[in-house]
Design a protein around this ligand. Structure first.
Ligand code: BTN
Length: 329
């Protein structure tokens, strides 16, 4: 008997071309009943895909899907770090954290990619909307002896890699919002969430999580409470997600190499060139404390420098739970 998850994957594969697929033909091809197919479709819709049905024609996705394929990714991204591809996972970050706790032998650079996250995590306890086959959700393990202080610099560096990958396809529209959002036309297109685990042996284990919007299904978009965009709204033809991922993985390797050698010394200037708020009025919000000023950029430690226009002095915002708003918001 075909496992239930294989049936769902088969259905998704059949639908991915964006054409009508007959429910009866699906049922016949997998030797299951027509009503079993209807139940699978219901679950697939719950994974975030916009599927509709028309009597006499069958099921159809509202948009074509570009599904991930590990072999294709490995052909385009030649490296030694292990890559796992999961179809459905709770969260790629949570998965790597669990692997560490279970003492699975992770090597630096171990990467997990998923087609769908059922419990995707964003910054500050928010959820990260993660519909099936639509975006990029990936996490990478990074081990360092330099402690947690490295995490905030690292997330700025990763932001550059993500923005560079997006810019490869959308022109130079991707900008960075401190500490780790990537924006296109002032709308969020990607985010980075770095989580730390265990420091008992002096080693700090970091999980670098990256989410990038490629093609937002309509139903999923309704769950997002901030301005967003995706890559496909900014390009002429739909993005090949395997191709995008191979660029992203290579870009991360290049940036990580520089970061390991120089921390932010060789990167902060690049970050500042992509700063979405450069010379703009900003509010720096840290809990109940709000300070306003003109955004200057980051220094080599990753702190955000803001000019307090009343006193004409520069103050610094550093990592953690500080968040930035444009001064007119
Ligand atoms: C943000 O809030 O801006 C950060 C979003 C990070 C989302 C990614 S998707 C892959 C990885 N796994 C998660 O659960 N979250 C991160």
């Amino acid at each position: 008997m075909t496992p239930e998850s294989d049936i769902k994957l088969h259905i998704i594969n059949e639908l991915s071309a964006g054409q009508f697929v007959s429910g009866q033909e699906l049922a016949d091809s997998m030797s299951v009943t027509r009503s079993a197919i209807a139940k699978h479709i219901k679950v697939i819709k719950e994974l975030g895909l916009d599927i509709y049905s028309v009597k006499g024609k069958g099921y159809r996705l509202s948009e074509k899907l570009s599904l991930l394929d590990l072999e294709t990714i490995k052909e385009g991204y030649i490296a030694n770090n292990p890559i796992e591809l999961h179809h459905v996972i709770d969260s790629t970050n949570a998965y790597l954290i669990r692997s560490l706790r279970e003492n699975k032998n992770l090597i630096n650079g171990h990467t997990v990619v998923a087609e769908c996250q059922t419990d995707g995590r964003g910054r500050r306890g928010r959820a990260w909307v993660s519909p099936f086959g639509s975006h990029i959700y990936m996490s990478r393990y990074y081990q360092t002896s330099l402690g947690l202080s490295e995490a905030s610099g690292l997330s700025l560096a990763i932001g550059i890699a993500v923005a560079n990958s997006i810019n490869r396809f959308v022109g130079n529209k991707a900008k960075l919002k401190w500490p780790n959002d990537v924006l296109v036309d002032n709308k969020k297109i990607a985010g980075v969430l770095i989580e730390a685990e265990g420091q008992s042996d002096g080693m700090c284990h970091l999980i670098i999580g990256i989410g990038i919007n490629i093609q937002m299904p309509k139903d999923s978009s309704l769950k997002i409470d901030q301005p967003w965009t995706d890559i496909n709204s900014n390009v002429d033809k739909p993005m090949d997600r395997n191709l995008f991922l191979t660029y992203l993985l290579s870009e991360i390797d290049i940036i990580m190499c520089t970061f390991r050698e120089t921390r932010l010394d060789a990167l902060y200037d690049t970050w500042n060139k992509m700063n979405a708020y450069k010379d703009k009025g900003v509010k720096v919000i840290s809990g109940r404390n709000v300070r306003e000023g003109t955004c200057l950029g980051i220094d080599s430690t990753g702190a955000l420098l803001v000019n307090d226009n009343l006193t004409n002095t520069v103050f610094k915002a550093i990592g953690g739970e500080v968040s930035l708003r444009a001064a007119n918001q």
